[in-house]
Design a protein around this ligand. Structure first.
Ligand SMILES: NC(=O)c1ccc[n+]([C@@H]2O[C@H](COP(=O)([O-])OP(=O)(O)OC[C@H]3O[C@@H](n4cnc5c(N)ncnc54)[C@H](O)[C@@H]3O)[C@@H](O)[C@H]2O)c1
Length: 267
């Protein structure tokens, strides 16, 4: 018996690094996984490889959410696990509190915070009907620390952390056990971190290798995490092994939070 045997799980951002690793981990443990992303390609290919469903879902769209959740209920009868992993890093070159345009602020908030909110809102009634469920929202280490080059991104991830707690308390009322927890990755080797490093190198006019070295110097473990590391934590939170945990924050960052953040290099 797998750790998620017979559970139905929806994973957003399934074409990306952490989302794809999560789809694989949940599938390995017996869940019926629906992989969803706004881009097809990688997520669709992965779903075909594993024999699970792929749904095209733009997390900023209320309509898309309603369709995807209704389809899951029609096909599987329930939704037990929701992993909100879709996210964008935004413009790091023009990302200071002074240089962030309102359009860019709204773009990042729309995917990272609105998208997570909509997912929680649409999953809650379905999970409450069964009296139980687990929602895992992917926040970030930057929910806790200043992000002078990624103002919108940091604010969106802090918002996800707080949203998680409201959903957790709401989901615990009236005898329900709809759990909601946030996962806070540090630096994980995916497309997103490559993009952030390239943009920071451009902003500071240094080589990408220099940015990578500076990033690693903040991490006691001295290396980036793997998407699979994050997926195993998500798996634990999705499973009944975490049945008594809700509204909590889980850092997975090789000790980054223990070190703090050095003063950013001047431009
Ligand atoms: N990689 C890291 O170091 C790191 C650190 C902390 C938090 N995170 C968070 O982890 C999550 C996954 O990131 P990743 O590193 O796998 O990045 P990634 O870029 O590999 O994957 C992100 C995925 O989200 C999808 N996406 C973007 N906009 C979407 C939308 N509107 N609707 C649906 N899907 C959309 C993309 O198509 C992509 O497949 C994100 O929320 C990210 O902010 C990542």
């Amino acid at each position: 018996m797998g750790r998620l045997q017979d559970k139905v799980a929806l994973v957003t951002g399934a074409s990306g690094g952490i989302g794809a690793a999560t789809v694989r981990a949940l599938h390995r443990e017996g869940a019926r996984v629906v992989a969803a992303d706004v881009t097809t390609g990688a997520g669709e290919k992965l779903a075909a490889e594993l024999g699970c469903t792929f749904s095209k879902l733009d997390v900023t769209s209320e309509q898309d959410w309603k369709h995807v959740v209704a389809d899951i209920v029609a096909q599987h009868g329930s939704l037990d696990v929701l992993v909100n992993a879709a996210g964008i890093e935004g413009d790091v070159v023009h990302g200071t509190p002074e240089s962030t345009s309102l359009a860019e602020w709204r773009r990042v908030m729309s995917v990272n915070l609105d998208g997570t909110f909509l997912g929680c809102r649409e999953a809650l009634p379905v999970m409450k009907r069964r009296g139980a469920g687990s929602i895992i929202n992917i926040s970030s280490t930057v929910a806790y620390i200043a992000t002078p080059n990624s103002t919108a991104y940091g604010a969106s991830k802090a918002g996800v952390m707080q949203l998680t707690k409201s959903v957790a308390l709401h989901g615990s009322l009236e005898g329900h056990r709809v759990r909601c927890n946030s996962v806070h990755p540090g630096i994980i080797a995916t497309r997103m971190i490559e993009s952030i490093s390239a943009q920071l190198a451009q902003f500071n006019n240094v080589a990408v290798d220099d940015v990578a070295r500076a990033s690693m110097s903040r991490i006691p473990f001295g290396e980036a995490g793997r998407p699979e590391d994050v997926a195993e934590l998500i798996l634990f939170l999705a499973s009944d092994e975490s049945r008594y945990i809700t509204g909590s924050e889980f850092s997975i960052d090789g000790g980054w939070r223990l070190m703090g953040r050095p003063k950013p290099a001047n431009k």
